[in-house]
Design a binder for this molecule. Structure first.
Ligand SMILES: NC(=O)C1=CN([C@@H]2O[C@H](COP(=O)(O)OP(=O)(O)OC[C@H]3O[C@@H](n4cnc5c(N)ncnc54)[C@H](OP(=O)(O)O)[C@@H]3O)[C@@H](O)[C@H]2O)C=CC1
Ligand SMILES: CC(=O)C(=O)O
Ligand SMILES: [Mg+2]
Length: 784
């Protein structure tokens, strides 16, 4: 069995460095993790009149006349309350509703990121069951669903039951059912691997609270036998006659003299830990049956550390609730998607059929061949169904695509869907578009980078944004950073910004004033640029003073795998150094730049935003081909539009003819590529518009790569999209170089540097543009 290894180099949450990073994360740039964002324009008096008085009255009266109108006129149908009273917060215990707020904000963020669901987190200072129920039930007009969170057992059972009786929207206690669903999927798949049957396995739980009892009930529903289950908690074994047991525990009370976990763990096939850190010792793990399933799911500290479990039981399948180990059995794999499906059919409840549909969808997805995205999420290789991949990765974009429709269908089949979905193909298409919105686009590259981090050299190593980015890059294991800068300046700034990364330990430092490789670097520079006007004196000065030159030389000489520079502007002068020192990939005509724009409507790439002023037809074709390769690394299949002011021949201006010829070149050279043009940008971005203009176009759906006829067009489109559509740009991604080198722009943020680091690492991992073009038999395009 594969060794249980941590994913990346994430620090343990218990370390003070990690805790202080977590506090900074919550504190800066503004407190907390959430904000409310308006979705309608509110810039004019007219807008104000529509949004507020008098216009809003029309919406109010429509709902007063027909409550179902609230679905169309308000956010209610996409709004979930994450409700807690803070009595069982993670494994931290009864820390109260205020201290629980970061967890609830976190759940809200996960709902939004993974399923596009808006959340109000509601922390209630009330422990009395009936009063808590009254408060939550009174919120029904506001919400499309209620997600109860971290409410202690046994009160949580009653709270949920009473709310379900009183409310006609889904009420779902995440710690019970979300956990049970993902545990159910993991157990089914583990039993399949070990060749055991759920009906006969011996299950021992540590924990008899909300999560543990709900999981056990659900496992019984899936076929486990009560007589094969032993339950333990703080007081030890749950046995017949034990004082201090609640009703829900009673059904698992055993007629036994065993009193401690250690007394019942012998021969167990499944350990279900939903209690507290460190409860399962390696000695106990050694007593378990053959090929056991160890689920140490307490957060943040598992019942047994996976390394210790693996050492004690190399044959075990091991799961935790954490994201830094394989097999993350955590309700995050369930709650966003089960609510997505339930809300999309306006379900009145989440019933057993919907839960079972979710289990099957999750269990089945683990068997599917890894998608490109998931393959990149680990070591770049396929991670097939097995002991280290019992359940899907939380980053698997197919979770929403599989679970939400399955849940919606189950709701419809059981008659609880108030608004059944008619066209599931269209519904799934909507869900898949969601997957590639927002920062989610970067996930495949991030995960690939973490699996095989490479050395990235940062020319502006003293810049605050680089230092903050390096903190994240080191914590997440995205790259092995090399910073160019003065050691004393960097040390002082790290202190000042409260960053814990340190030179030597976390990153390499190149001091331009005093680097032993100085002479070698000067020699290399002269070899590369001595015949391009760089004199020995100039080379000596530049290698001491110009960090872009030093970074490029480091990459050229193999001391680094990729470089990032340019945070203080002067793109073209940086490009000059990169051109001289690193050079073009063989046969590539020139550098070009593409920029990824992440908008609320999806992600697309624009080229050439920064380099070639007026590319010729063959250059346009070359850029399109190189873009296609880079786009695939984001897990996207390129759909390329060559855009123009003219729409499939409506004008024969030189630029239209150029784009038309470029399409022809691409047709000949890369017939498999989904590319068309020349066309206007709205024709490119809308299938509906294209259906009117040229229904027979090769391009299907929305283009995700827009190749522009000139630098002006590309750069203007890029900057306008950034401002007008509030797009998040990633890039510019410099393409065509012999080795990965990127020139950032002054507005790049620390997050932007992290993103570009992942891009650069991905390139360093993969084959070059030149090899790709050569493999495709496309060289040299310049001679076409
Ligand atoms: N991975 C995941 O997706 C999820 C993980 N969890 C984790 O499961 C744990 C329990 O959560 P939840 O059920 O909501 O909380 P509850 O408070 O409802 O239940 C906690 C249970 O654990 C028992 N327990 C506490 N400490 C110990 C100990 N040292 N040894 C044995 N039993 C102990 C408690 O016993 P007693 O009541 O006697 O104190 C109780 O039975 C937490 O760590 C939580 O983070 C929860 C939900 C999802
Ligand atoms: C994951 C979760 O909900 C918990 O640990 O409580
Ligand atoms: Mg919880």
């Amino acid at each position: 069995m594969a060794c249980m290894k941590k994913i990346g180099d994430m620090a343990q949450p218990v370390t003070s460095d990690f805790a202080s990073s977590a506090l900074d994360y919550h504190r800066f740039p503004k407190p907390g993790k959430l904000e409310i964002r308006a979705t309608k324009p509110l810039g004019t008096q007219h807008d104000l009149g529509l949004a507020y008085s008098p216009g809003v009255a029309a919406a109010c009266l429509a709902i007063a006349g027909d409550p179902a109108e609230a679905t169309e006129l308000t956010v209610r149908q996409n709004l979930v309350a994450v409700v807690t009273n803070g009595t069982a917060v993670l494994g931290l215990g009864n820390i109260g509703p205020l201290a629980a707020k970061p967890v609830m904000e976190g759940k809200a963020v996960l709902f939004k990121k993974f399923a596009g669901i808006d959340v109000f987190d509601i922390e209630i200072a009330e422990n009395d069951v009936d009063r808590l129920v009254d408060i939550v039930a009174a919120l029904e007009p506001t919400f499309g669903g209620i997600n109860l969170e971290d409410i202690k057992a046994p009160q949580c059972f009653e709270v949920e039951r009473k709310l379900r009786e009183r409310m006609s929207i889904p009420v779902f206690h995440d710690d019970q059912h979300g956990t049970a669903i993902i545990v159910g999927a993991a157990v089914l798949n583990a039993m399949e691997l070990s060749g055991k049957s759920i009906e006969s396995v011996r299950i021992v739980s540590s924990g008899a609270g909300a999560a543990a009892l709900a999981c056990l009930d659900f496992l019984v529903e899936l076929g486990a036998k009560r007589e094969n289950i032993f339950v333990t908690d703080v007081e030890g074994v749950v046995y017949k006659g034990r004082p201090s047991m609640n009703e829900r525990m009673l059904i698992y009370a055993r007629d036994t003299n065993a009193r401690r976990l250690d007394d019942v763990i012998g021969g167990a096939d499944v350990f279900l830990g939903l209690s507290a850190g460190g409860v399962l010792t390696p000695e106990m793990a050694k007593k378990m049956g053959a090929r056991p399933l160890i689920m140490a799911l307490a957060n943040p500290t598992p019942e047994i550390e996976p390394e210790a479990a693996h050492l004690a039981r190399p044959d075990a399948m091991i799961c935790t609730g954490r994201s830094d180990y394989p097999n993350q059995v955590n309700n995050v794999l369930c709650f966003p998607y089960i609510f997505r499906g339930a809300l999309d059919v306006a379900a009145s409840t989440i019933n057993e059929a919907m839960k079972l549909a979710a289990v099957r969808a999750i269990a089945q997805l683990a068997h599917e061949p890894p998608s490109d995205v998931v393959a990149r999420a680990y070591d770049g290789k396929s991670r097939l169904f097995g002991a280290d991949s019992l359940i899907p990765s939380p980053f698997d974009p197919r979770l929403i695509l599989r679970i939400a429709p399955a849940v919606a269908k189950a709701a419809m089949a059981t008659g609880v869907a108030k608004k059944p979905i008619v066209d599931f193909v269209a519904y799934e298409e909507t869900l898949s578009r969601f997957v590639f919105r927002s920062g989610f686009v970067m996930k495949p590259l991030m995960q690939a980078a973490k699996a095989d981090p490479r050395r990235v050299v940062y020319a502006e190593g003293e810049d605050e944004r680089v230092l903050r980015a390096v903190q994240t890059i080191v914590e997440e294991g995205i790259a092995k950073p090399i910073l160019i800068g003065r050691p004393d300046v960097i040390e002082t700034r790290l202190e000042r910004f409260g960053l814990s990364v340190r030179p030597g330990r976390d990153f390499e430092l190149v001091n331009p004033q005093d680097d032993p490789r100085y002479r070698d670097y000067v020699a290399t520079y002269l070899e590369q640029a001595g015949r391009r006007g760089v004199t020995p004196d100039a080379a000596r000065t530049l290698v001491r003073t110009n960090s872009t030159v030093i970074a490029a030389l480091a990459v050229k000489r193999g001391d680094a795998d990729a470089m990032l520079c340019g945070l203080d502007g002067r793109f073209n002068s940086r490009l000059g150094y990169i051109r001289d020192i690193i050079g073009l990939a063989p046969g590539v005509t020139d550098f070009s730049a593409m920029s990824l724009m992440i908008t609320s409507k999806g992600a697309f790439f624009i080229t050439d935003t920064h380099v070639r002023h007026d590319p010729a037809d063959f250059e346009i074709a070359e850029m399109a081909l190189m873009c296609a390769r880079h786009v695939r690394r984001f897990g996207l299949e390129p759909r390329i539009a060559l855009v123009s002011h003219s729409d499939f021949g409506t004008d024969d201006a030189p630029s239209s003819l150029k784009m038309r010829r470029a399409v022809e070149i691409l047709r000949q050279r890369a017939p498999e590529l989904e590319v068309d043009g020349e066309m206007q940008a709205d024709t490119a971005l809308s299938q509906t518009v294209r259906d009117h203009v040229l229904p027979s176009s090769r391009l299907k759906g929305e283009a995700n790569v827009l190749v522009m006829p000139s630098l002006d067009a590309a750069n203007i489109a890029y900057t306008m999209t950034k401002i007008m559509a509030d797009a998040l740009p990633v890039g510019p991604i410099l393409i065509g170089g012999a080795k990965p080198a990127h020139i950032l722009i002054p507005s790049t943020t620390a997050r932007g540097i992290v993103n570009m680091t992942a891009v650069a690492v991905g390139e360093a991992q993969s084959q070059s543009d030149a090899k790709m073009l050569a493999d495709a038999g496309l060289m040299p395009l310049a001679h076409i």
